[in-house]
Design a protein around this ligand. Structure first.
Ligand code: BGC
Length: 865
């Protein structure tokens, strides 16, 4: 009560202008302070404090989009979901809360609980699952972990139906009422109605059934706040506020980021020229919700000086030991063993002793810790598959010979600069600095005048969205920058440089113009599809020689009409962001080299997959095929190796890829993106230190053409601005079951190094629920954990749906454990279009315990409603 009255008291004291100032961000990551009333806040580009929002999906991100202080890099959300572990999600939530605090953040922009509707979705890796029950349940645990200490607020996003990146700012998702409520809204509903609801909800960029989500009265006011009773704050996605008045009326409280593009002076003008009671009341209601969150974050009641100072709370990075082991364990728990038909795994010490091991594949030397886009992070450290393997093997004292051959390259753009090879230009005489790039900014569009700001960076993905000089944000003023570095090639050869830029850019090497991307015409996928396609050029370079590299970049608006994105003057679209890449000449026959190495080795560990360039925000994948020559690499290895049964294939991706060669492979592992502990976690599984316990949170198709999308572009990615969710509630495994299409692997599937049996199914009906229990026995000869999945389906139909799940503790061979689950009667209800309510159909249902969505050995029982 004290909280509310405090906010209400402040509301009375605020002028209209001050109220409006609270309804949009002050900069990329903060809200507006009002020192005279002791309301804390931040100014553009200063170090954090107040309503500091921190990035969510893969870790609590720092101030800058691509550099900034290091943060713990978590396994991707889809990997978290593959653990099927409430405990893991809760522990990760707690870790994130501590991480957010080191970044002085009070709000975490996570979890993402949209649905993996199509395997090509660019941000599938950032979401949990194709199943609303799994997503909702895991989200509840994660949110509980984040919010438990009361210091950090979680944000569920993107509300709702942000299942694709194509035309993401404008696409209209046409979704039938049943699918909307049962599939897409359901995880949000579960989280919001839980005992510990998220404090914030972020609206999606897209439209749903004709209305942009930030101004969707029906879903924000009626459903979220009205039907579900959500009391917290609703914010727009970044640049996703689409109107001045309507979004306020719909109850979207906060426009992000700032400075305001739709509110601020425009909203003030509305209130002065066309004041209405409705708008005034909506402004007050939104202000109150912002104030409540500030109160919760202990940012009210400050002295004016304190309020001002909240701008300069420093960010830190805390690399805590206990976080490392948690991240390693969770990343290992997420790994799914898909096939082990010759029992090659685990590679126990006795199997390895004295052997020659080949590490092959684009992700062997440098594994991929996470997907791209706003989930990009500056990790505290990164463990890589090959290096981790060598280090664990030597710790264990196992004598093996390990060799590496890339076999294939999958970069979409030339790789970002590597700090071992790049350093600041020689004018920096200290010699000690670890930064690789120096950025000199000018307040003019043509490099004239004084240098107004200098920045040093380590990443050559120079995303200036939130870190251009402050004068830029005042009125999107023209500016330019010179970026300097120097490179010392390791080899002599024809090496290549590449540039993608949002503004104009050109690159000089030793004073000579090598790439001119000043007047680019064709938009590409970098910078959320606001940047140009890559312009590249090669030159002869000599090993060990230093070359001076200079990039000149300046502001310009991206050409109207020639872009896959929708709004040319958008928050992401006008600064001179640049991506600089470099690669030394590649070997001529990488596949032949790899096959030769495999043939000289006893065991081959082949690590293939996607990376953060293929799975990212701002664009979807165009194909489910593995990029580059990876399919050929796998086929040749399987076809020409003397002992193909000695090849372990590990795939890293956040969504399914086609594996036409899968039937010829004996050992396949799905490793997702495991964050900074990915390398160690993978080795823990390969070496049998942990038995795989991950289960697929998505169904894995054999081929994209098996799905209904390819032949129906109106269902993906949409036609004329509309995408029709024609499959209704039959998403993921529901669709395969209904259409009797066999995927490669089912939702819920995964093997271990041991086997389990379920027995003794008991179902007890109480007033409003069934209590279900089953005995799980470890029938193999390795320790391990099993996931128990409970599905229901009406007797007359095949509409099977996951209703509950649980996980055993680690069981030793022969050991048993009873797993108890509950299903509420209400969970079997469907959305009744006529009454616009959940309705429970009377009759008989089957409840069954299974190991995956198609499990034929299901233990089942008939129940009556
Ligand atoms: C993404 C959001 C994210 C926001 C801030 C947007 O591009 O869609 O998920 O929270 O940026 O980084």
């Amino acid at each position: 009560m004290a909280t509310l009255s405090n906010s209400k008291r402040l509301l009375v004291e605020l002028t209209l202008q001050e109220k409006i100032s609270l309804l949009s961000g002050a900069d990329g990551w903060q809200t507006q302070e009002i020192p005279r009333l002791g309301i804390g806040s931040l100014k553009v580009r200063s170090i954090p404090s107040t309503e500091r929002l921190s990035h969510g999906p893969a870790g609590a991100r720092g101030a800058l989009s691509t550099d900034g202080p290091a943060a713990a890099f978590l396994p991707a959300p889809v990997a978290l979901a593959a653990t099927w572990s409430n405990n893991d999600l809760y522990a990760i939530g707690k870790l994130l809360c501590r991480e957010a605090k080191t970044k002085a953040a009070q709000v975490l922009l996570a979890p993402t609980i949209c649905c993996a509707r199509n395997p090509l979705g660019g941000r599938n890796f950032e979401s949990y699952s194709e199943d609303p029950h799994l997503s909702g349940t895991l989200a509840i645990e994660y949110i509980r972990g984040v919010q438990e200490s009361g210091e950090v607020a979680a944000t569920v996003k993107h509300f709702v139906a942000n299942e694709q990146e194509y035309q993401r700012f404008t696409i209209n998702a046409e979704i039938g009422e049943r699918a909307l409520h049962e599939i897409y809204l359901r995880p949000f509903e579960m989280a919001v109605k839980s005992e510990n609801p998220p404090k914030c909800v972020m609206t999606a960029y897209n439209c749903v059934n004709g209305s942009h989500m930030d101004m969707c009265n029906k879903l924000i006011r009626e459903t979220l706040r009205g039907d579900w009773g959500f009391q917290g704050l609703v914010m727009s996605d970044w640049g996703g506020t689409n109107s001045t008045v309507q979004s306020v009326l719909a109850g979207c409280d906060l426009e992000m980021p700032g400075p305001a593009e739709k509110r601020g002076k425009f909203l003030l003008k509305e209130m002065v020229e066309n004041p209405t009671e409705e708008l005034s009341a909506a402004i007050d209601a939104s202000c109150l919700r912002v104030l409540d969150l500030l109160q919760h974050s202990k940012l009210l009641g400050l002295s004016p000086e304190e309020a001002q100072k909240t701008r300069s709370r420093p960010e830190t990075s805390s690399d805590v030991k206990e976080h490392q082991s948690l991240l390693r364990r969770v990343a290992a728990n997420s790994i799914v063993l898909l096939r082990n038909s010759s029992n090659l795994l685990p590679l126990t010490p006795s199997r390895l002793q004295g052997k020659r091991i080949a590490f092959i594949g684009p992700n062997a030397l440098h594994g991929t810790p996470g997907g791209g886009g706003s989930a990009t992070m500056n990790p505290q450290y990164q463990t890589q598959p090959l290096a981790a393997f060598k280090s664990i093997i030597s710790e264990l004292g196992i004598d093996v010979e390990v060799n590496h051959s890339p076999g294939s390259f999958i970069h979409k753009w030339l790789p970002l600069l590597d700090s071992d090879q790049w350093s600041l230009a020689s004018e920096d005489s200290s010699g000690e600095t670890k930064n690789i790039l120096k950025l000199d900014f000018f307040a003019t569009g043509d490099f004239s005048g004084e240098v107004v700001e200098t920045q040093y960076r380590n990443s050559s993905l120079l995303d200036l969205f939130d870190s251009a000089p402050s004068f830029y944000y005042e009125d999107h003023n023209l500016h330019s920058l010179r970026v300097r570095s120097q490179v010392t090639p390791r080899t002599t050869g024809k090496h290549s440089f590449g540039i993608c830029s949002v503004g104009n850019a050109r690159l000089f090497v030793d004073g000579k113009l090598l790439i001119d991307n000043y007047d680019w015409k064709q938009v590409g996928e970098t910078f959320y599809s606001f940047g140009s396609v890559e312009a590249s050029a090669s030159m002869e370079m000599v090993a060990g020689k230093k070359y001076q590299v200079l990039v000149e970049a300046s502001t310009r608006e991206i050409p109207f009409g020639s872009t896959t994105s929708d709004d040319p003057i958008h928050v992401f679209g006008v600064q001179p962001s640049v991506r600089l890449g470099f690669i030394e000449q590649l070997p001529e026959n990488p596949i032949t080299d790899a096959v030769e190495l495999a043939n000289r080795s006893d065991i081959t560990i082949l690590i293939i997959g996607l990376n953060d360039e293929w799975e990212s925000e701002g664009y979807d994948r165009q194909s489910m095929k593995l990029p580059g020559t990876q399919d050929e690499l796998v086929t040749q290895l399987l076809g020409s190796a003397e002992h193909p049964e000695n090849i372990v294939i590990i795939n890293q991706s956040g969504s399914p890829v086609e594996m036409d060669w899968a039937d010829d492979a004996n050992t396949i592992v799905q490793a997702w993106y495991g964050g900074q502990e990915a390398g160690n976690a993978l080795c823990d599984i390969l070496l049998g230190r942990i038995s795989p316990e991950g289960r697929l949170p998505i169904t894995w198709p054999r081929s994209y053409s098996d799905l209904p999308f390819e032949k129906n572009p109106e269902t993906w990615p949409g036609v004329d601005g509309n995408v029709v969710y024609k499959e209704g509630i039959f998403v993921g495994y529901r669709w395969y079951l209904k259409n009797q299409v066999a995927p490669r692997w089912w939702f819920g599937y995964g093997l271990g190094y041991t086997t389990f049996e379920f027995s003794d199914l008991k179902i007890v009906r109480l007033d409003d629920r069934w209590d279900i229990s089953t005995l799980v026995t470890n029938t193999g000869d390795h320790d391990g954990r099993e996931v128990v999945q409970c599905y229901s389906w009406p007797l007359e139909s095949d509409a099977q749906e996951l209703r509950a799940f649980g996980k055993t503790s680690t069981l030793t061979p022969g050991q048993s454990e009873t797993i108890s689950l509950s299903i509420n009667l209400r969970d079997l209800a469907h959305w009744d279009i006529g009454s616009q309510k959940w309705a429970l159909e009377k009759g008989f249902y089957n409840l069954g315990i299974a190991k995956c969505a198609s499990d034929k050995n299901i233990l089942q029982s008939k129940v009556e409603v």
